[in-house]
Structure formats: structure tokens, C-alpha cells
Write a protein that binds this ligand. Structure first.
Ligand code: ADP
Ligand code: MG
Length: 492
């Protein structure tokens, strides 16, 4: 009865459109055929065996219990390791619809729970939008970047999300816009994050965490060979017979141009190569293009990373760091500054905790110097500058304690470390070495950096024991309970 030109008309019409287009009753049948699921996961991803196994276990439990609802998976790892793409494969394996959206940067509760209709320009929240789009009430919903969810005076999206993910509550999820309860309990939620630290604890407690720690060179070669390279060749409009790249070429590309945890940078470089090749083909070069380590530079320029073993100079020691970008090797440098004063200076954009661990290392080394066969008065007469290069990498946490102590000791003894080792571990004032996180990521980073000897805290022995053989093969792992154990490895 309303006038079609009246604003009220559009509002009501729009509301009815939304309310009638939601999949109130439509579900898709789950496919819980495990061998087929494994085939799909294998076809889409090289490697990642433990991740695939976890997903198969998850599906098996779903099969026994008569449905996969009831658990929420969180995939954690650095960018470009395949989190999003694994999620997509899970949907494909289950024969479910897939919808992905980012909750990173969400600051307004209404983005999850919708606006009330009295609001001008009111919209439903992301979940209702997703349901309308996929047309089934049991899709796989991927919540990207859960670790970057924000909060502001518009309410706290994290607690709204908590409500959605709470299995007790989400059977009657209420979005303010339709203002009708919707049963979300059959949806499968998969979250992704780069790190766990910033995820609110109650949210974390609801999720089953699966880690993707980053790839070593051999894995990247396999991924490039099976997936990235064929895709880029096709994208450039080339025929597979017109261009090829050898395994040695891929390895050189990875080590020289794409030393990241994931494979996005690698894929970009492969794209550059195939585009350059396309130019050659169009210009009428009849030869088949064949790439190896020798002619890479002609396609992608000079390498960004040199393959040199870790530097061994007096006062320079390699540590292992772990950030949301994955593991990394990080040098610590200590030098003696020529002034008349005695003292200690710290640079490198270090966070609060890391500054403290530098001070602990300084106190520990300067007061125990005679135990480590240094000149006991060295620090009484010396102004020391400790620096951690690469200002752009965020650096914090206590795990560089033993590395900084070793750099100071190397300086005080006027001697390089004897073994090119990389190390990690928190140091206390009494010289105890405490456990640290991210062992697997750090081992991956050490491999990538060409390091063969690793010193880890003794309390991390169990973490190291869980690593697959292909990661630890050829590496020497040494464990330290006390700083003297570190000393014995590098100066003994
Ligand atoms: N193990 C793998 N096998 C095949 N392709 C992979 C693998 N890991 C990553 N990729 C590819 O790398 C790209 C980036 O992955 P993506 O899932 O977007 O990473 P993330 O979500 O972890 O940042 C995608 O094109 C993906 O298919
Ligand atoms: Mg992603």
C-alpha cells in the first residue's frame, strides 16, 4: 500500500529481499570420503603432510560423529604458506560452499552483527552477507587475519565474533538487520592468523590450532615445480614446450631472490620470468627457452641475497628470531667504541623485552668474565656498542639473550666464535638458559640461511624431537641448560 517513491518503500523492500533470500533451510550434503579428501588436498598442495593429516583426522572424527560441526580450525603461519588455499581445499573435499572474508582491521561490531534497521543505510553483518552469497546454511566460512581484529568506540568486534563461534550460542545467531535468529551451528569455521599473541584468549580457547611453519628450499622447489610454474607459464600464454626451468634454476631463484617463509615472492619472480619469455616469443625468437642458474640474472636481475655462510667476525654472532613473518636469522654485533668512557649502548629498534635481555647479557658476561677466560677488567675500561641490524624487522622478546651474551663474550675475548652456529635462548642473570617459542620456524630459518649447527635451550628438547627428519637432517642440534653449555660449543 505504500507509495513506490517513498523512502520507506525501499527500506521495507530491501529488508524483505534479505529476509527471503537467506538459506534458512538449504544445506549441502557433506562428502566425508577420506581417500577422496586426501586426493584433493594432495592435488592442490605439495608437501604439508602433517597439516593434511590433521585435516583428515578432523574429517574422520566428523564422519564418526555424523557431522563436522562443533569445532573451529585455526591455521597459523607466516604469509604465503597456503593457509587460505588449504581452507579452500577443505571446502572442496567436503563438497561445501566456501566464503572467505577478512576480519583484520574490523573495528565496528556492526560489521559482524549488522546494523539495526532504523539506521540509515543499514546493512547486515558479514556472516549474513556470506550466507546469502553461498545459498547454503552449512558453508565453510573462512575468517582471515583473526590476529588483526581491532576494537574501537563502535564496540568490540572480537566479542561479537566470540558469540558467533560459541557453539552454545550460534544455533540462534541474531544479526540486528534481519532481526531474525539464524542457525549458524552447521557452518564450519576456519580462521587464519600470522601469530597467536594478539588473538584474544577466549577466542583462542575455542579453536583447534594447526601450524604451518614455512617452507625450506626443497619444499619450495616441489611447490614451484608442481603448482606455481605451470600456473605462471599458462598465465603468460606460453605453451609448456616453449619454456623450461631446471631444478637447479629453481633452487638458485629461491636462494637468491625469494628467501621468505611462504611462496608468494617466489611466484612473483616466476611471473617475471614467464613475462620476459613471452616478449621473446612474440619477438619471434624461435628457440626454446631454457632457464638454469646461469641465465637467471638475464630474466630477473641480480640476486637480492648472496649465498654466503654466516659471517664470523669478532663480536658478531647469529641468532634465531621468530616473528609473525616466520623464522629468521638475525645477527647481533658488538664492538668497542673508542672513547675514554666506560659504558654500554644499544641500537637496532629493539623492543622493551629485548633491551632488557641485552642488559641481562651485559651484566652476566661482565660479571662472569673470568669464568669464560676473558680479561676480568675488560668491561671496566670499555665502551661497548651492541647492535642488531635490519632496522625494518620488528625485534622483541627474550630469545636473543644467549646470542647477545655470546657476541659480548666474543668481543671481550677478542676472538671469533669457532663454530658457525646460530643460537636462541633466554638468558637469566645466573646464566640459566630458558626455553623459547617457535623452534620449528627457527630451524626452518637456519636451514634457509645455510647454518649447520644450532644451539637451543635444553627445555626445548621435546619440541626439537617432534620435528620431522627432513628438517633436522644434516643439522647438528646442541642443547644448553646453562650458558656454559653454549660457551663450550662455540669457544670450547
Ligand atoms: N604447499 C603448497 N602447494 C601448492 N601451492 C602452495 C602451497 N603453499 C602455498 N601455495 C600457493 O601459494 C600462494 C599463496 O598461498 P595462500 O594460501 O594465499 O597463503 P596464506 O593464506 O598462508 O597467506 C597460493 O597461490 C597457494 O596456492
Ligand atoms: Mg591468506
Amino acid at each position: 500500500m505504500l507509495e513506490t517513491g517513498s523512502p520507506e518503500y525501499a527500506v521495507i523492500r530491501n529488508y524483505l529481499d534479505w529476509a527471503t533470500s537467506l538459506p534458512w533451510d538449504t544445506t549441502s550434503a557433506d562428502n566425508l570420503n577420506l581417500p577422496r579428501a586426501r586426493e584433493i588436498l594432495d592435488a592442490d598442495h605439495a608437501g604439508l603432510d602433517d597439516v593434511k593429516e590433521r585435516i583428515i583426522e578432523f574429517l574422520a572424527v566428523g564422519k564418526l560423529r555424523g557431522g563436522v560441526a562443533g569445532s573451529i580450525i585455526l591455521l597459523v603461519g607466516p604469509p604465503g604458506v597456503g593457509k587460505t588455499s588449504i581452507g579452500r581445499s577443505v571446502a572442496k573435499a567436503l563438497d561445501r560452499q566456501f566464503y572467505r572474508f577478512s576480519v583484520g582491521g574490523m573495528r565496528d561490531e556492526a560489521e559482524i552483527k549488522g546494523h539495526r534497521r532504523t539506521y540509515i543505510g543499514a546493512m547486515p553483518g558479514k556472516f549474513v552477507q556470506a550466507l546469502k552469497e553461498v545459498g547454503t546454511k552449512n558453508p565453510v566460512l573462512m575468517l582471515d587475519e583473526i590476529d588483526k581484529i581491532g576494537g574501537s568506540y563502535h564496540g568490540d568486534p572480537a566479542s561479537a565474533l566470540l558469540e558467533v563461534l560459541d557453539l552454545e550460542q550460534n544455533a540462534d545467531f541474531l544479526d540486528h538487520y534481519p532481526d531474525l535468529r539464524f542457525d549458524l551451528s552447521e557452518a564450519l569455521f576456519i580462521g587464519t592468523a600470522n601469530q597467536l599473541d594478539t588473538i584474544p584468549r577466549p577466542l583462542l580457547d575455542r579453536m583447534e590450532i594447526i601450524r604451518l611453519p614455512g617452507y625450506i628450499t626443497e619444499e619450495k622447489v616441489a611447490i614451484a615445480r608442481q603448482h606455481l610454474w605451470p600456473r605462471q607459464v599458462e598465465r603468460a600464454g606460453l605453451q609448456p614446450g616453449q619454456i623450461k626451468i631446471s631444478d637447479a634454476g629453481l633452487t638458485a631463484l629461491i636462494n637468491g631472490y625469494a628467501r621468505e617463509s611462504g611462496v608468494r615472492g617466489l611466484e612473483k619472480q616466476l611471473g617475471r620470468i614467464t613475462r620476459k619469455a613471452a616478449v621473446k616469443v612474440v619477438q619471434g625468437d624461435p628457440r626454446r627457452i631454457s632457464l638454469g642458474p646461469r641465465n637467471l640474472a638475464a630474466f630477473v636481475g641480480q640476486p637480492m641475497f648472496k649465498n654466503e655462510p654466516p659471517q664470523r667476525a669478532t663480536g658478531v654472532v647469529t641468532g634465531l628470531a621468530w616473528t609473525s613473518m616466520g623464522g629468521a636469522t638475525l645477527d647481533v654485533e658488538a664492538t668497542q667504541v673508542h672513547t675514554k668512557n666506560q659504558g654500554f649502548k644499544l641500537t637496532g629498534q629493539l623492543g622493551e623485552v629485548m633491551r632488557e635481555s641485552a642488559e641481562i647479557a651485559y651484566s652476566y658476561v661482565s660479571s662472569n668474565l673470568s669464568d669464560f677466560k676473558g680479561e676480568p677488567t675488560f668491561f671496566d675500561e670499555t665502551y661497548v656498542h651492541l647492535h642488531v641490524p635490519e632496522g625494518a624487522t620488528p625485534k622483541d622478546g627474550p630469545s636473543a639473550g644467549v646470542t647477545m651474551a655470546t657476541a659480548l663474550l666474543s668481543l671481550a675475548r677478542g676472538q671469533r666464535i669457532k663454530v658457525p652456529a646460530a643460537m636462541t635462548g633466554e638468558l637469566t642473570l645466573t646464566g640459566k638458559v630458558l626455553p623459547v617459542g617457535g623452534i620449528r620456524e627457527k630451524v626452518v630459518a637456519a636451514r634457509r640461511g645455510g647454518i649447520r649447527t644450532l644451539i637451543l635451550p635444553a627445555a626445548n628438547r621435546a619440541d626439537a624431537g617432534e620435528l620431522p627428519d627432513y628438517l633436522t637432517q644434516g643439522l647438528t642440534l646442541r642443547f644448553a641448560e646453562h650458558y656454559s653449555d653454549v660457551f663450550n660449543v662455540v669457544f670450547g
